[in-house]
Design a binder for this molecule. Structure first.
Ligand code: OOG
Ligand code: NI
Length: 473
């Protein structure tokens, strides 16, 4: 048994993502419908110019979990590291009035992303931002009492550590089974109904984070190549889909991320009844706890369309136009979508312009065509431009692998049936980020996504030029 082969993290990630998808399909059948709609759409749309393979697209998902304690984030980091997923980016959700910050666990190198770009948006509660002292204390009490990881999981994590982060096949099976428990739905709350209501009055997300005994995934999102068509198909099937798509407006050259979702389901759960609630024998407390029926809204379905990763300049322009369109919508009482479309006319939308103004990251590939002259001895930017003009090098977008905090905020709000009021979001702009605190809990620093995109761009250029040179010799 000890000799069974070691599993590569990329392979383990695919097995894990498939197991999670299977679990979520059982828990939330509407998710299965979403996957079907998206995949049949993708088959129709896929072309040679689609930047990613159909295999990658078919597997591609992101999920989201919400954690309550720093120690939870620390162990979750260890779990994802074994799946070849690392913390990329810091998202301050206090800008949207939420007492939370987040990161995205995902593969970081081009080859692993091409195999399976599974990613998990992971939020950590910031108790210091909870306004009500009663809700603050109660949340901390409930969280202190829970342990979202099984003993078996903690044991197998140590085994992996002793094996340089790799599992043997039989260990991998235990790992997947036990890790999925952490992310599964536990319909029996740790909180009583009264406690739940108290947390919920402060913020529904707070009730979701602190009332339960697992860190249930709250959605699993397939990637569509045409979100407008997919959204229409969802509506045609009678799904309670949101009418707005978050993110940039529809474009010829998609950038960043566009997302939409169906609203959270009202699900039956049970609340604890502590003796102290009824006849007051505190000593018995959790022992004799009875249960009472109730319901909770947390889990929803989401789809997304991914476009090009943008450079810091491209991002600044995106943020500026987003801000402007919010103003326009506010001042002229115009619909947000119309304001977005008109404002975003200023964002270049031809590949040529996007590339030449360095608004997007670029993937270079060698076409196999030989240059017509020997003027290419020295490789510098002007020469690269002429290699592109001569058809020796080809360029294409690098896919955006991350998230958008304002879209995330919109997703948070909308899945709770609150009006995703852009004004509310903007007014909440308070800039209270705490990267240090987040990294301290994580136990390492978060990776800057721009470092990854520029590295991918540079590597694609270098390897293309290497191929060309080897043919010129
Ligand atoms: C996470 C929301 C963020 C996205 O796609 O932007 C997210 C959550 O609701 O926990 O998943
Ligand atoms: Ni999402």
């Amino acid at each position: 048994l000890e000799e069974s082969p070691l599993v590569h993290p990329d392979e383990l990630r695919t097995a894990f993502a498939l197991a999670m998808s299977h679990m979520y399909k059982n828990e939330v059948p509407l998710y299965g419908d979403l996957v079907r709609i998206v995949q049949s759409g993708n088959h129709k749309v896929i072309t040679n110019s689609t930047p990613d393979s159909l295999d990658r697209l078919t597997l591609e998902r992101h999920g989201a979990i919400r954690l309550g304690k720093p120690e939870e984030l620390h162990t979750v980091r260890r779990i994802f590291a074994l799946l070849g997923m690392h913390a990329v980016g810091y998202y301050d959700l206090s800008v949207a009035g939420l007492p939370m910050h987040a990161t995205c666990f995902r593969p970081i190198d081009t080859a692993s992303l091409a195999v399976n770009p599974f990613r998990v948006f992971t939020t950590l509660l910031r108790p210091e931002l909870i306004r009500s002292p009663a809700a603050h204390d109660l949340a901390l009490q409930l969280l202190a009492r829970r342990n979202i990881f099984s003993q078996e999981l903690l044991r197998i994590l140590d085994v992996a550590n002793a094996q340089a982060g790799r599992f043997r096949v039989h260990q991998a099976e235990i790992f997947i089974r036990e890790a999925l428990r952490t992310f599964s739905w536990a319909p029996v709350a740790e909180a009583t109904q009264t406690e739940y209501q108290l947390l919920r009055a402060e913020h529904p997300i707070l009730a979701d984070i602190a009332s339960f005994r697992t860190a249930h995934i709250n959605h699993l999102t397939p990637r569509t190549l045409d979100i407008d068509a997919a959204q229409a198909a969802m509506a045609a099937e009678g799904m309670p889909v949101k009418d707005r798509i978050e993110g940039p407006p529809k474009r010829k050259w998609p950038i960043l991320l566009r997302q939409t979702s169906f609203l959270a389901l009202e699900e039956k759960i049970q609340f604890k009844v502590r003796d102290s609630d009824s006849d007051g024998d505190e000593a018995e407390d959790t022992h004799n706890a009875g249960l009472v029926d109730g319901s909770h809204k947390a889990r929803f379905g989401e789809i997304e369309e991914r476009g090009a990763a943008v450079t810091p300049a491209g991002r600044a322009l995106y943020d500026q136009l987003l801000e402007e369109s919010m103003h326009t919508a506010e001042d002229q009482k115009e619909a947000v979508d119309e304001a977005l479309v008109s404002t975003f006319r200023e964002y270049p939308d031809t590949w040529e312009e996007l590339r030449k103004q360095e608004l997007v990251y670029v993937k270079y590939s060698f076409t196999g065509k030989m240059p017509s002259s020997s003027k290419y001895d020295v490789v510098s930017p002007p020469i690269i431009e002429s290699l592109i003009e001569d058809g020796v090098l080809e360029t294409s977008p690098i896919t955006y692998e991350d998230f958008l905090p304002f879209s995330a905020a919109g997703i948070f709000q909308s899945n709770l049936n609150q009006k995703p009021n852009s004004l509310q979001v903007r007014d909440a702009l308070k800039q209270q980020s705490d990267v240090e605190g987040f990294e301290h809990a994580l136990g390492c620093s978060v990776i800057d996504p721009d470092v990854l995109y520029s590295r991918a761009q540079k590597q694609s250029l270098e390897s293309s030029l290497l191929k060309l040179k080897s043919l010129l010799l």
